[in-house]
Design a protein around this ligand. Structure first.
Ligand code: SF4
Length: 172
C-alpha cells in the first residue's frame, strides 16, 4: 500500500521556478503542513504544455459561447495547446490514482474560480482555469481546494479527511 496519499498540486506552490514572471511563489503552509501527511505530485500545465519561463502573461476571455486563454500583449490564443496537453495529462493522472488536488488561485490554468475573466461588458475574478475545470469534470469525487484556502486549519483538516478517506477506500 502507498503509505501516504498522493495529492496533485500546482508546481509553483512547492516553490518550483515555473511561473510566468520567473518569480518563486512557494506556499510554506501547503508545502510543509500538508506535506507531513501526503505525497505531492507536482503539475504545471503551462510549462508542461511547452510554455517557457518567463512567458507572456495570459487571462481568460469569454468569446461567444467559449472561454479562451489568450496572451495579454501579442493576443495569441493558447487554448488549443492547453486543451491538447490536458487530455493526455488527465489520462496520466487517472493511472496513478491521486486522492485530491491543490490548485494555485488566480491562474488562468490552475484557479478553481478566481482567475480574471474578461467578458464583453465585465472583468471579474471568477474564472475557472482551463486545467482545474477539466480536472474537476474528470474527477468529480476527488477533494480539490485552492492553496491559500488551506491556510485555514478547519478547511485544511476537512480537505485532508476527504483525501484520507479516498486513500483508505482505494487500498482496503
Ligand atoms: S499557476 Fe499553474 S500554470 Fe501557473 S505556474 Fe503555477 S502550476 Fe504553472
Amino acid at each position: 500500500m502507498q503509505s501516504k496519499p498522493l495529492v496533485g498540486i500546482s508546481s509553483c506552490l512547492l516553490g518550483e521556478n515555473v511561473r510566468y514572471n520567473g518569480k518563486i511563489k512557494l506556499d510554506p503552509t501547503v508545502k510543509f503542513e500538508l506535506g507531513k501527511t501526503v505525497s505531492f505530485i507536482p503539475v504545471c500545465p503551462e510549462t508542461e504544455s511547452g510554455m517557457p519561463v518567463p512567458r507572456e502573461p495570459m487571462d481568460l476571455f469569454q468569446t461567444g459561447g467559449s472561454i479562451r486563454m489568450i496572451t495579454l500583449e501579442s493576443r495569441i490564443d493558447m487554448t488549443g495547446v492547453m486543451e491538447e496537453w490536458i487530455k493526455k495529462k488527465l489520462d496520466e493522472l487517472s493511472e496513478i490514482k491521486i486522492c485530491g488536488f491543490v490548485f494555485k488561485a488566480r491562474s488562468p490554468s490552475c484557479a478553481m474560480n478566481s482567475a480574471l475573466l474578461h467578458a464583453e461588458f465585465s472583468l471579474e475574478r471568477n474564472g475557472e482555469g482551463l486545467f482545474a475545470k477539466a480536472f474537476i469534470e474528470r474527477f468529480p469525487s476527488l477533494p480539490v481546494e485552492e492553496g491559500e484556502k488551506l491556510h485555514d486549519p478547519v478547511r485544511r483538516d476537512s480537505f485532508l479527511k476527504k483525501v484520507f478517506s479516498i486513500h483508505k477506500a482505494r487500498y482496503r
